[in-house]
Each structure stands twice: as C-alpha cells, then as structure tokens.
Design a binder for this molecule. Structure first.
Ligand code: F6R
Length: 268
C-alpha cells in the first residue's frame, strides 16, 4: 500500500483527481470503477474542472459504479445513479453507453442480474482503476462487516450504522434503504489498481484498522492489504489513528524523488 497524506480535503480532492486524470491520459480507453458518497465528491468536481478548463478528454472512458440502493429508482434524487450524473456524468464527455450503474429497481432474478453486472465488467476488460471511499465500519462498496473477502456483486443488507449514515441524505421521514446491490470484495480486488480515499475524523478508526489492522472480514477494507497496487489517500484527520505516520511520510519523500511530477504507482 502506498499511503499518501495530504493536509485537508481540498488537497485530497486535487490529488485524487490528479491521479485519475493521469491514468486517463496514460490510457484513454481506461475502465474506471467509481464510488458515490461525500468523500469523492470534490474529486469529481475537480475532474469536471480539468475537463472544462484543461481539456481532459474522457471520451474513451468506461465506468462501473460500485453500488446502488436496492429499491431506489435511477431517477430518485438520492439514488447513486442520480448522484453520479450530477457529480460527474452530466458535465464530462463519457459516452452514456459506457456508463454502468447497478439498477436498484432490477427485479426478477437478482442473482442473475448481479452475475450479468460481473460479466459486463469482464467484457469491458476488467477495471483498471477502482476508486473507493470507506465507511465508518470499514466497508468498501457496501461490503459490510463479515462480508466474504471473495464476494462478488450481490445484494447486501446494510448495517444500522450505515443506514444511519445514509439517513442524512434522505428527506425527513423518507424510508432509508436497508439493502444495496454492491460489487463484492472479490470483484474489487480484481481491479488492476485501487485508490482508497479517506477524509475527516469519522474515518480515523476505520482507516487505521484497514491499513494497519489484521486482514479480516470484520473490516472489509483491510482486504486491500492483499492487493499489490493500492494508494490510500488520506487527509490529516482521517490519518490521525495510524501508528506509522512517520514511515508513510518518508515513503512519500522517497517516491517523489524517484518519480518527480508523476502520479506514483503504489508498490507493495
Ligand atoms: C459508495 C460506497 C460506500 C461509501 C462509504 C463512505 O458508493 O460504496 O462504501 O464510499 O460509505 O461514504 P462517504 O464518502 O459518504 O462517507
């Protein structure tokens, strides 16, 4: 894991967008896995700015969203479909036919629906770069504690803590979804590269357990330790629970010397 520390969320947004934009320029026909939620919002804003002001061309990009609330229609104001459109898709030139978000209103054989989502990812050549946020309970996607570390796209029941966290974006009195369609940990680990974003004090414990704790299904983000190409990009508040901060700072200095001006590739 390459742990990258930045001062605040503004720096995190810029650095995350810089890494994604760098990969898009390296491989214009890249396939991105994308998270919704508050953490990557500023990164999407910065990508839109790079597209508008600095000519970042996303016309070759394919995207797969990590998850969607079950029972929530793509048009619902709080769906991840809508979130992704408003945050990114409506403002850049990714061809709509290459944008994939699980359909929360999929009906009939949901297992078959999820298996087809996996096949679509495979047909696109797999995910080159997967962007992740992290839940307070250490989830990535909606892979709640005790999710199999080999899991594939499927329906997951959300924990009460996650439901409470999600409540803030739903209207007063509105039913907050209790289940989601989510890529599995096995799906996520097949991405060629992973960028995990963590911001704010609420993520401090989850980040420490994911990065420095044992690999355990109780903190599904800890499974990223098994992946050879992971960057964990953190603001100071999210990083505050880490024990090896001085080491990560030294690694950052070394990496900057070895690959000046480049989006470093994580190694090990
Ligand atoms: C969203 C997702 C979730 C979020 C996580 C953090 O697509 O997969 O794992 O990344 O719940 O959410 P925020 O960023 O809102 O704190």
């Amino acid at each position: 894991m390459l742990v990258v520390l930045v001062a605040d969320t503004a720096a995190l947004d810029r650095e995350a967008a810089r890494i994604v934009a760098h990969r898009v320029r390296e491989k214009p026909a890249i396939t991105l896995g994308l998270a919704a939620g508050s953490t990557p919002l500023g990164m999407y804003r910065e990508l839109v700015r790079l597209h508008r002001e600095e000519g970042l061309d996303l016309s070759g990009v394919t995207t797969f969203s990590l998850d969607e609330y079950l029972g929530v229609a793509p048009s619902h104001p709080r769906s991840f479909h809508r979130f992704m459109r408003e945050a990114l898709f409506d403002h850049v030139n990714i061809p709509p036919a290459r944008i994939h978000v699980p359909d929360g209103t999929a009906s009939g054989d949901l297992e078959a629906y999820c298996a087809e989502y996996e096949r679509q990812i495979a047909r696109a050549g797999g995910i080159d770069l997967q962007v992740l946020g992290i839940g307070r309970d250490g989830h990535v996607g909606f892979n709640e504690p005790t999710s199999s570390l080999a899991s594939r796209t499927r329906i997951k029941t959300l924990t009460l803590a996650t439901i409470e966290d999600n409540r803030r974006v739903f209207a007063e009195g509105e039913r907050v979804p209790e289940c989601a369609i989510t890529m599995g940990i096995g799906t996520i680990l097949e991405a060629r590269e992973i960028l995990l974003l963590g911001a704010g004090p609420a993520k401090r414990e989850a980040v420490a357990r994911a990065v420095e704790g044992p690999v355990t299904a109780s903190v599904t983000a800890s499974a990223l330790q098994l992946h050879p190409q992971v960057t964990v990009l953190l603001d100071r508040e999210a990083a505050a629970g880490l024990r090896h901060l001085d080491y990560y700072e030294r690694v950052m200095r070394t990496t900057a010397t070895l690959t000046p001006g480049r989006a470093a590739r994580p190694s090990g």
